[in-house]
Ligand binder design. Structure first.
Ligand code: ZN
Ligand code: ZN
Length: 180
């Protein structure tokens, strides 16, 4: 049985006192049943800050709930302190203080927390080569297949931003689906 959202608020208050001296700003904590690939998430644009937890994951891994909540609380605490939203040195230091060793919880193939979901597709219109990138290239790039000797403005790569990604299952699932 999962703790109720009221129980989560109580756990939040307890952890806040114990590890943060009560300095974590007020957060609203709720379950979000639509999460499929992350255990927890914090939304900084909400007031109060919103922490969402995946009921699916914690039904399977109830022992991970406290750590996931703590993880999101460190984000809330750092964000309130200096706007920091990453997993940098300050995050890791606090994590250690809270007795946690890894950023990624033992929940199988859970994607890293708060990993940017921004993706770009660089496409060569000449040969239809497509590259997936997490960042926009810093310099102009040409197609590596069409221009083997370095940058060639005749073969530019067009940039597309990926606006939405949708999980459609694992590759195993897809293979099985095709086999039917
Ligand atoms: Zn995180
Ligand atoms: Zn090309």
């Amino acid at each position: 049985m999962l703790p109720s959202e009221t129980d989560l608020q109580l756990l939040f208050a307890e952890l806040n006192n114990f590890y943060f001296n009560g300095d974590v700003p007020v957060c609203r904590i709720r379950y979000n049943g639509r999460f499929s690939n992350s255990a927890g998430r914090i939304t900084y644009s909400e007031k109060p800050l919103l922490i969402e937890l995946s009921p699916k994951h914690f039904q399977k891994h109830p022992e991970a709930l406290r750590e996931t909540l703590l993880h999101e609380m460190i984000h809330a605490w750092l964000f309130d302190l200096n706007g920091d939203t990453g997993h940098g040195p300050a995050f890791r230091a606090k994590m250690k203080e809270c007795g946690m060793t890894s950023i990624y919880h033992d929940l199988g193939n859970v994607t890293p927390y708060n990993e940017s979901i921004k993706r770009y597709i660089l496409r060569c219109e000449k040969c239809t080569l497509e590259l997936l990138r997490k960042r926009l290239p810093a310099a102009a790039m040409s197609c590596g297949r069409c221009s083997k000797r370095g940058y060639d403005p005749r073969f530019p790569l067009t940039v597309f931003e990926v606006l939405e990604t949708r999980e459609i299952g694992t590759t195993a699932g897809k293979a099985a689906f095709r086999g039917r």
